[in-house]
Design a binder for this molecule. Sequence first.
Ligand code: ATP
Length: 250
Amino acid sequence: MTAAIELQDLRKSFGPTEIIRGVNLSIADGERHAIIGPNGAGKSTLFHLISGRYNVSGGTVSLHGENISNLPPYEIYRKGLSRSFQVTNIFPNMSVFENVRCGLMWVHDYKYSFWHLIDRQKELNERTAEVIEEIGLTSRQHIPAGVLTYAEQRALEIGIAAAGGADVIMLDEPTAGMSHSETDQAIALIRKITEGRTLVMVEHDMGVVFDLADRISVLVYGEIIASDTPENIRNSKAVQEAYLGAEAEE
Ligand SMILES: Nc1ncnc2c1ncn2[C@@H]1O[C@H](COP(=O)(O)OP(=O)(O)OP(=O)(O)O)[C@@H](O)[C@H]1O
């Protein structure tokens, strides 16, 4: 079966420094995959290479078997890969409803066709309401997004990322800055939203990683040193030495 995402000898340099140093990785359709690694290992860089924010210096990124290396992010998005937008990309003065609706309009190109939009208004509003229900913000849908709590804003961000029906969702540290109970809620939301889809996430919180991921890849100095089930990663001596051990010492 074709992998949802396939990285082949992927490389990225900033000036003379190679940050991503020949990454090979295959992420299966429907898998929840976490990328972990020490600070500065290159996780965010890898994330940006897959989602198109950075051009690759070498190697390829494939989405469902199609080479998407160096395509602009919006084209990759339209091919079915959606990355979470940062909270700062939420429009704070617009309502929760408008934020989600805007995301949906963008995905479906409604902005280019006013008449088309009028035709599809009802459908668009219904889909918007469904997404808001999924992320648990129905009672907050008419308030400005900027007034939401931090955790609610992150839920909105995840909702917008998933709203267009992308089958690969990428989340960058989805629970960063959350309390324990907010983290538990976020895990439940991510599990629900990514049901039947492929999830790729970068996450520092090992509780979240071991709870959510089917497979974990460990990135150290721009190379993947292990890619395996949570159990095998937890028991891997190499990983403990390179990463988990270092964490425990902190
Ligand atoms: N645009 C850039 N220009 C130059 N160097 C960069 C750039 N982006 C990242 N780097 C460098 O690449 C290395 C990897 O950074 P990256 O942010 O990808 O790591 P990370 O694993 O996500 O780290 P963290 O866990 O701290 O977020 C770092 O040494 C960083 O300084």
